[in-house]
Design a binder for this molecule. Structure first.
Ligand SMILES: [Zn+2]
Length: 74
Protein backbone atom coordinates (compact mmCIF):
# COMPACT_ATOMS: atom_id res chain seq x y z
CA UNK A 1 0.00 0.00 0.00
CA UNK A 2 1.22 3.47 -0.81
CA UNK A 3 0.49 6.50 1.27
CA UNK A 4 -3.06 7.50 1.94
CA UNK A 5 -4.11 11.04 1.18
CA UNK A 6 -7.34 12.83 2.02
CA UNK A 7 -9.17 14.84 -0.63
CA UNK A 8 -12.26 16.94 -0.12
CA UNK A 9 -14.71 16.80 -3.00
CA UNK A 10 -16.74 19.71 -4.27
CA UNK A 11 -19.73 18.35 -2.33
CA UNK A 12 -17.75 18.50 0.91
CA UNK A 13 -17.28 14.74 1.19
CA UNK A 14 -13.80 13.71 2.33
CA UNK A 15 -12.29 10.88 0.30
CA UNK A 16 -9.43 8.60 1.22
CA UNK A 17 -7.20 8.04 -1.80
CA UNK A 18 -4.48 5.39 -2.03
CA UNK A 19 -2.30 5.23 -5.13
CA UNK A 20 -1.32 1.76 -6.31
CA UNK A 21 1.46 1.28 -8.85
CA UNK A 22 -0.05 -1.96 -10.14
CA UNK A 23 -3.48 -3.54 -9.75
CA UNK A 24 -3.43 -7.04 -8.26
CA UNK A 25 -6.59 -8.05 -10.10
CA UNK A 26 -9.03 -6.55 -12.56
CA UNK A 27 -11.42 -3.83 -11.48
CA UNK A 28 -13.98 -1.77 -13.35
CA UNK A 29 -13.35 1.95 -13.27
CA UNK A 30 -16.52 3.85 -12.33
CA UNK A 31 -15.49 6.89 -14.36
CA UNK A 32 -14.99 5.36 -17.81
CA UNK A 33 -16.64 1.97 -17.18
CA UNK A 34 -13.75 0.03 -18.64
CA UNK A 35 -11.50 -2.52 -17.00
CA UNK A 36 -8.37 -1.69 -15.04
CA UNK A 37 -6.03 -4.47 -16.06
CA UNK A 38 -3.70 -6.37 -13.75
CA UNK A 39 -0.50 -4.39 -13.38
CA UNK A 40 -2.06 -1.07 -14.33
CA UNK A 41 -1.67 1.99 -12.10
CA UNK A 42 -4.83 2.86 -10.23
CA UNK A 43 -6.16 4.64 -7.20
CA UNK A 44 -8.39 3.21 -4.49
CA UNK A 45 -11.00 5.71 -3.36
CA UNK A 46 -13.45 5.55 -0.50
CA UNK A 47 -15.16 7.77 2.01
CA UNK A 48 -15.85 7.05 5.65
CA UNK A 49 -18.42 9.81 5.58
CA UNK A 50 -21.64 7.87 4.91
CA UNK A 51 -24.98 7.68 6.70
CA UNK A 52 -24.38 3.92 7.07
CA UNK A 53 -21.11 4.38 8.94
CA UNK A 54 -17.42 4.00 8.35
CA UNK A 55 -17.44 0.33 7.42
CA UNK A 56 -20.06 0.84 4.73
CA UNK A 57 -17.84 3.46 3.17
CA UNK A 58 -14.83 1.14 3.23
CA UNK A 59 -16.90 -1.69 1.76
CA UNK A 60 -17.94 0.68 -1.04
CA UNK A 61 -14.37 1.57 -2.05
CA UNK A 62 -13.73 1.71 -5.77
CA UNK A 63 -10.68 1.43 -7.99
CA UNK A 64 -10.22 4.13 -10.60
CA UNK A 65 -7.65 4.58 -13.36
CA UNK A 66 -5.15 7.11 -12.03
CA UNK A 67 -5.89 9.35 -15.01
CA UNK A 68 -9.67 9.12 -14.58
CA UNK A 69 -9.39 10.13 -10.93
CA UNK A 70 -7.16 13.08 -11.85
CA UNK A 71 -9.66 14.24 -14.49
CA UNK A 72 -12.82 13.77 -12.41
CA UNK A 73 -15.11 16.80 -12.49
CA UNK A 74 -15.62 17.01 -8.72
ZN1 LIG B 1 -11.15 4.88 -16.05
Amino acid sequence: MGGRTLTRGRDGTVYNVVHQKAAEKEYRCPACNTVIRVGEANVVVWTEDTIWGTQAGIDGRRHWHSGCWARRPH
